[in-house]
Ligand binder design. Structure first.
Ligand SMILES: [Zn+2]
Length: 134
């Protein structure tokens, strides 16, 4: 059941985002294989909804960085990138800095929900910001 639901959500989300990452717009397709992933904004393990309004299409790199809280977005889709600890060469997020705005579907009912984005900012992005390494 869960696999079926995952596949259904993935198909809908990837279609809404035109099979491209919401951050960098990378689109890699090879026949029926699509690189972009449907990422939950609030993880399902924490009772995040299986809903397009709790999801983003992201490439592998940006999904990884989003789940770590290295970047997030405001309700208006403005991108915020986490500040690395000063002068620590093992932290590198400059590549995230070139994206200032999240691409979002035009329909309001398909856009990431403000509550989901707020949850990510408060519980993932800002937690990491205060705690340094995660
Ligand atoms: Zn990307």
């Amino acid at each position: 059941m869960r696999v079926v639901r995952d596949r259904a959500l993935r198909r809908v989300v990837l279609n809404l985002y035109d099979y491209a990452c919401a951050l960098c717009r990378t689109r890699l397709r090879w026949d029926n294989k699509v690189e972009a992933q449907a990422a939950h904004i609030k993880p399902r393990a924490l009772l995040g909804a299986d809903d397009v309004r709790n999801a983003l299409a992201l490439c592998g790199a940006h999904h990884w960085a989003f789940d770590l809280g290295l970047w997030t977005a405001t309700d208006d889709g403005l991108v915020r990138v986490r500040e690395p600890p000063a002068a620590e060469p093992s932290y590198e997020v400059r590549a995230l800095g070139e994206f200032s705005r999240l691409w979002r579907p035009t329909r309001d009912s398909a856009r990431p929900h403000a509550e989901a984005l707020e949850w990510h900012r408060v519980n993932v992005f800002e937690q990491g910001q205060n705690g340094g390494e995660q």
